[in-house]
Design a protein around this ligand. Sequence first.
Ligand code: NAP
Length: 279
Amino acid sequence: MELLIDGKRISQEIKDELRERMAELKAQGAERCLAVIQVGNDPASSVYVRNKKKACEYVGVDSLSYELPAETAEEELLALIRELNGRPDVNGILVQLPLPRHINEERVLLAIAPEKDVDGFHPVNVGNLSIGRPGYVSCTPAGVIQLLKRSGIEIEGKECVVLGRSNIVGKPMAMLLLRENGTVTICHSRTQNLKEITRRADILVAAVGKPKFVDGDFIKDGAVVIDVGIHRNAEGKLCGDVDFASVAPKAYAVTPVPGGVGPMTIAMLMANCVNGIEE
Ligand code: NAP
């Protein structure tokens, strides 16, 4: 491996640029405000919410925090979203997932005004990405593009294989690589001859949700391997969808877990909050 892609450094670089941009905006009298809604007290969600609020503070984005009890009725949550949709001082609305089972996630995400949907999950934003119109883009795949670009890795004309087709990672990832003029293949659980396809990849993005699924046998020599997976083993140690030890000797570049894609998600959320939808 020639290059260990350092997501911690790159995410810090992005947050520092955003902090400067935010200071300029404030000097012109503009503010940004993100409303973060958490329903229930899932410990992992609480950590994510805390980190998002910390990032807001660092960058200079105001944040409003709504911590609702787990038994909150769906209608109550929808009413709060409608209120925030109507508030001119709120630019972004984020509902931390997962939601308690009695709340319909799709109805909630649909209720967020597309122009405040900084997570990029609303069908209008997903549709805009597919047809090449400006809109908010899902933060994790947007972060992967930044990792590639800021590591000097060209996407145009390259064979890009995305392993996984979820709505929040795999599909928007494929669309973004296509937007960058990559030649994109999407693989999933029904794909046949998986390794034959992944071995064609100049850039392989693993978002399969299975610890250490991608080993050295999946890649060709000199590939760039991006690991979106996050898993915690029995000892509490983090690992990804990629078996780093067997992939690193063959690859040109790899992202580590932790310290690769993970820190990029919040950096890109901050970029969405500060920059808004760029026409
Ligand atoms: P997901 O919804 O579980 O999707 C996994 C995808 O992998 C599905 O499309 C599935 O195919 C495919 N898949 C499963 N087994 C496969 C197999 N044996 N061969 C080929 N494809 C297979 O997961 P996700 O939400 O996209 O997340 C993926 C990983 O990224 C997880 O580890 C998650 O924790 C992590 N993640 C990280 C961040 C971050 O900030 N770094 C953000 C989001 C997610 P089917 O569609 O056919 O079922």
